[in-house]
Design a protein around this ligand. Structure first.
Ligand code: NAI
Length: 313
C-alpha cells in the first residue's frame, strides 16, 4: 500500500454510514488518524444518535487503526475541529461529506426544505472548513474536499434546494483553492454516485446494490493524499468510472455596440462550442475581457473602455 497517511489527521463528516464510512475506514487503514463525525440522524435531517459514529470508530480500532467519534452537526464545525485538535493535536484533511435530502417539487418546497438543505450542505462545509483553515494555514498544509453532486452540476427535478446547495459547494471549493494556494492548501470537489440510504429513495434497488460506495473511495483517498497536486477542480466517480468535469467557454463572437437583434442574428456563432476554451480562473476570464475591450478601443479610437476593468461578480 504505497499511498500512506501516517502522521496525518482527517475529519470525515457524515462518516457514520454510506460513502463517508468507506472514506474513514480506508484512510484509517492507510495510517491516518480519523475524526469520525456523524450526527446519526435520518436522511431528512431530523433526529440524532451517537451509535453510527461509534460503530465506525469501533471498526477502525478493531482493525488496529486510530479514530475518535464526534456527534456534532456540521453546522458546529468548530466543535468537530476541536475534537481533532484535542485528540490528535492537528488537522490536515477535511472531507465535507455529511448530507441530507429534502426532495420535493419546487411548487411544494417549504422554507424549511430549503433552509435545512443549505444548513447541512453549505453552512456545514463552511463551518468545518472555516474552523480548520487557520490550522492549515499555519502549518502550510491542507487537503479539503467538498461533496457536490450531478444534481449540482446539471440540476434535477424535485431537487431545486439540493442542486442549488451542491452547486454552491463548487464555488466554495474553487475559491478556497485560490485563497489556499500560497499555503499549500488544496481544495477540490467530488461528484460521487453510489448506492446508499440517501439514494435508495431515488434509485431502483438493483442499482443501489451495484453502485458500491467503494467505487468512489479510491478517488477521494488520492484527492486528500500528500502527492495530489490538483486544486480548484471537480472530479467524479461512480460505477468504477473516474473522470473530471470542467467548464469550457465557447469562442463566441465580439460585436461592438450589439443590439438584441445582432445577438439573435449571431446566436449560432455565440453558442457554437467548436474550439471552446477551458478557462480556469476568474482572473483568466477578466484578462480575456480586458483584451476584448482594448480591441474595441483600438478599432474605435476611444481610450476609456478598459480602464478600471477588474475581476468581479
Ligand atoms: P448517507 O445518508 O449514507 O450518508 C450521509 C451521512 O451524513 C449520514 O450518516 C448522516 O447521518 C450524516 N449527516 C447528515 N446530516 C448531518 C449533520 N448535520 N452533521 C453530521 N452528519 C450528518 O448518504 P451518502 O450517499 O453516503 O452521501 C454522502 C454525501 O455524498 C452527501 O453529501 C450526498 O449529498 C453526496 N452525494 C451522494 C450521492 C450518491 O449517489 N450516494 C450522489 C451525489 C452526492
Amino acid at each position: 500500500m504505497s499511498l500512506r497517511f501516517d502522521g496525518k489527521v482527517a475529519i470525515v463528516t457524515g462518516a457514520g454510514g454510506g460513502l463517508g464510512k468507506t472514506y474513514a475506514l480506508e484512510l484509517a487503514k492507510r495510517g491516518c488518524k480519523v475524526v469520525v463525525n456523524d450526527l446519526g440522524g435520518d436522511r431528512h435531517g431530523t433526529s440524532s444518535s451517537s451509535s453510527m459514529a461509534d460503530k465506525v470508530v469501533q471498526e477502525i480500532k478493531s482493525a488496529g487503526g486510530q479514530a475518535v467519534a464526534n456527534y456534532d452537526s456540521v453546522e458546529f464545525g468548530d466543535k468537530i475541529v476541536k475534537t481533532a485538535i484535542d485528540n490528535f493535536g492537528r488537522i490536515d484533511i477535511v472531507i465535507n461529506n455529511a448530507g441530507i435530502l429534502r426532495d420535493v417539487s419546487f411548487l411544494k418546497m417549504t422554507e424549511l426544505d430549503w433552509d435545512l438543505i443549505f444548513k447541512v450542505h453549505v453552512k456545514g462545509a463552511y463551518a468545518v472548513t472555516k474552523a480548520a483553515w487557520p490550522y492549515m494555514r499555519d502549518q502550510k498544509y491542507g487537503r479539503i474536499v467538498v461533496t457536490s453532486s450531478n444534481a449540482g452540476v446539471h440540476g434535477n427535478f424535485g431537487q431545486a434546494n439540493y442542486a442549488a446547495a451542491k452547486s454552491a459547494l463548487i464555488g466554495l471549493s474553487n475559491s478556497l483553492a485560490q485563497e489556499g494556494a500560497k499555503y499549500n492548501i488544496l481544495a477540490n470537489t467530488l461528484v460521487p454516485t453510489a448506492g446508499s440510504r440517501l439514494t435508495e429513495t431515488v434509485m431502483p434497488q438493483n442499482l443501489v446494490d451495484a453502485l458500491k460506495p467503494d467505487y468512489v473511495t479510491p478517488l477521494v483517498t488520492y484527492m486528500v493524499h500528500d502527492s495530489f497536486e490538483e486544486s480548484g477542480k471537480v472530479f467524479e466517480a461512480g460505477a468504477g468510472w473516474y473522470g473530471t468535469i470542467q467548464y469550457y467557454k465557447s469562442k463566441g463572437k465580439v460585436i461592438s455596440h450589439a443590439s438584441a437583434d445582432d445577438i439573435a442574428k449571431n446566436w449560432s456563432t455565440i453558442t457554437n462550442m467548436n474550439g471552446a476554451e477551458y478557462i480556469g480562473t476568474i482572473t483568466e476570464q477578466s484578462a480575456r475581457l480586458v483584451s476584448i475591450l482594448e480591441e474595441h478601443e483600438a478599432s474605435s479610437g476611444s481610450s476609456s473602455a478598459s480602464s478600471g476593468a477588474s475581476s468581479g461578480g
